[in-house]
Design a protein around this ligand. Structure first.
Ligand code: ZN
Length: 210
C-alpha cells in the first residue's frame, strides 16, 4: 500500500482529528458571528387583500413575484429562506410575524409597493420599528443598495409603528419598492426586469448586514 501525500510528514504533525476540529470550530465561529441564518420574506397582502391597485396593477401580485425572486437570489448565496406566503392567499399579520419570531437568528423582510392620492409622488423607502437599532442598520444597508442602482427619489429610512414591524421581535424591515400610483413608477414596477433588480439589490443589502 502506498500513501501519497502532497505534504510529506504532515499527517504525523497534524492529525486528522485536529483538522476536523479546526474546520468545525471555524464553521461554528463563522455561524456565531453571523447576524442571521434565516430570512423570512414577507410578500405583502394576498388573497382578499389586494393592497393598492392602480392602472390595473395589484400590489399583492407584485410583492409575491418580488418575494419569489428575492428567495431565489438569496438561496443562490446559500441563505436559508422562508416565505410567509408563496401563493395568492390571505395571511394575517400575526401569522407572518410569528414565523419571524420562531428563532433569534431570523430576520424579517416585508415587501410592499406604495400608493398616494398625489400621483406625482414617487420613490423608494425602507421602514424599521422605532428604537430598533438593528432594524435601522438593516434598513440603511438595504436602502443604500436600492438607492445605488435604481434611479428614483431616495426617500431614505424611516421609523414606523406599522403593525407587522411591531409584532416582530427580532430585526425587521419593510421595504416600499415604489409608488404604483405614479404612472411612470407603476409601469416600471410592473416589469419583471425591474423586480429582478429590486430583488438583487435587496439581497445585496441583506448580505452586507450579515
Ligand atoms: Zn402594502
Amino acid at each position: 500500500m502506498i500513501t501519497i501525500s502532497r505534504f510529506p510528514g504532515s499527517a504525523l504533525r497534524f492529525p486528522k482529528w485536529r483538522l476536523i476540529l479546526l474546520v468545525w470550530l471555524t464553521c461554528l465561529g463563522g455561524g456565531l458571528a453571523q447576524k442571521f441564518d434565516t430570512v423570512v420574506i414577507d410578500a405583502g397582502h394576498g388573497g382578499k387583500d389586494n393592497g393598492s391597485k392602480w392602472y390595473g396593477v395589484a400590489e399583492k401580485t407584485l410583492t409575491l413575484d418580488l418575494a419569489k425572486r428575492l428567495k431565489s437570489v438569496l438561496e443562490k448565496k446559500g441563505v436559508e429562506v422562508e416565505m410567509t406566503r408563496s401563493t395568492d392567499v390571505f395571511v394575517a399579520l400575526e401569522k407572518r410575524a410569528e414565523m419571524a419570531n420562531r428563532s433569534a437568528k431570523t430576520i424579517f423582510v416585508s415587501l410592499h409597493f406604495n400608493a398616494h392620492r398625489d400621483r406625482s409622488i414617487k420613490g423608494i423607502e425602507t421602514f424599521y420599528y422605532p428604537g430598533s437599532s438593528e432594524g435601522r442598520v438593516l434598513a440603511t444597508y438595504v436602502q443604500s443598495e436600492l438607492g445605488n442602482r435604481i434611479k428614483t427619489r431616495n426617500r431614505g429610512v424611516r421609523p414606523s409603528r406599522l403593525k407587522v414591524l411591531r409584532l416582530t421581535k427580532g430585526t425587521a424591515i419593510l421595504v416600499e419598492c415604489g409608488f404604483i400610483s405614479n404612472r411612470w413608477e407603476c409601469q416600471r414596477c410592473a416589469s419583471s426586469w425591474f423586480r429582478q433588480v429590486l430583488a438583487e439589490e435587496i439581497a445585496e443589502g441583506l448580505m452586507r448586514y450579515q
